[in-house]
Design a protein around this ligand. Structure first.
Ligand SMILES: [Zn+2]
Length: 51
């Protein structure tokens, strides 16, 4: 399944669950100096193309 994830800052990524979780964790560390859990990442994600 493909997901899209949009951060509160407007950054977006898409891919399968593993890809967006890793991307969100990397983004959180680098841009927001915070650790993002898998649960947090998936809470921000939605199915790709849903809108
Ligand atoms: Zn962000």
């Amino acid at each position: 399944m493909q997901y899209e994830l949009t951060c509160a800052c407007g950054w977006t990524t898409s891919g399968d669950e593993e890809e967006i979780v890793e991307a969100a964790q990397d983004h959180g560390r680098k841009l927001h100096n915070m650790e993002v859990t898998r649960e947090q990442a998936m809470a921000m994600a939605g199915p790709a193309g849903a809108d």
